[in-house]
Design a binder for this molecule. Structure first.
Ligand SMILES: [Zn+2]
Ligand SMILES: [Zn+2]
Length: 216
């Protein structure tokens, strides 16, 4: 039985368990084309501010046999992928079977008067250098400010297979996001069974065990 809808890790686990019971097959973005079940669930997480609260998702998902995709910023103010503790955690995401992808920010280029496409290429190269393997998926940070950059053709020209805001995902899947700490169309649990393909974005910042104070 599903408990109350909130942003606790308890409810996060309930959502995943109930999706599994209803036959959804989870996959990373990189692997989503190999999913054979009619019900498909793409879970993505943007690591905007902190690695730690995203690692909580990664561990719960792993316990349930679920792989998801984590989008990493290479220019974040509050974490640095090269820094030892962060790097070790990034490796943990991969050990748990998850995909690490690029969370690029075209606005960074705009703010310093540089070319946006070149900035995406550079960020991809940096993340690949850190991880020492190719990065195939990416998602824009603040996609509303990167609109003209987000096309399949651009993604291909950047050497990416998938961009999370292209039509393949935004139209091919029912898209839900916890942006601003609220599900605009209601909690994910209420959508299970109503759509065959779900693509859900969460940000670790909004989620906690007992109280949001854990994230400040
Ligand atoms: Zn719910
Ligand atoms: Zn973001």
């Amino acid at each position: 039985m599903m408990g109350q809808c909130d942003f606790t890790m308890r409810h996060y686990r309930e959502i995943l368990e109930s999706a599994l019971e209803m036959g959804y097959q989870f996959s990373t973005f990189a692997d989503h084309e190999s999913v054979t079940a009619p019900r498909q669930f793409l879970m993505r997480h943007d690591i905007d501010l902190s690695i730690d609260n995203c690692l909580a998702f990664a561990r719960v998902e792993h316990e349930l046999g679920i792989a998801s995709t984590y989008f990493v910023r290479v220019h974040a103010r509050l974490y640095n992928p090269f820094e030892f503790h962060t790097y070790r955690k990034l490796r943990e995401f991969e050990r748990l079977g998850h995909e690490l992808a690029l969370h690029y920010e075209a606005g960074y280029a705009a703010a310093v008067g540089e070319d946006e496409a070149q900035m995406v290429r550079r960020e991809k190269t940096i993340l690949e250098a850190i991880l020492d393997h190719p990065v195939v998926s990416a998602a824009a940070h603040l996609p509303g400010k990167s609109g003209k950059l987000i096309t399949e053709a651009n993604a291909t020209s950047f050497g990416l297979r998938y961009e999370a805001y292209t039509a393949r995902f935004m139209e091919g899947f029912k898209y839900l996001s916890d942006s601003n700490g609220r599900w605009r169309e209601g909690c994910v649990c209420g959508h299970l069974g109503k759509h065959e393909r779900l693509c859900v974005l969460t940000h670790g910042w909004w989620w906690f065990d007992i109280s949001p104070v854990e994230n400040y």
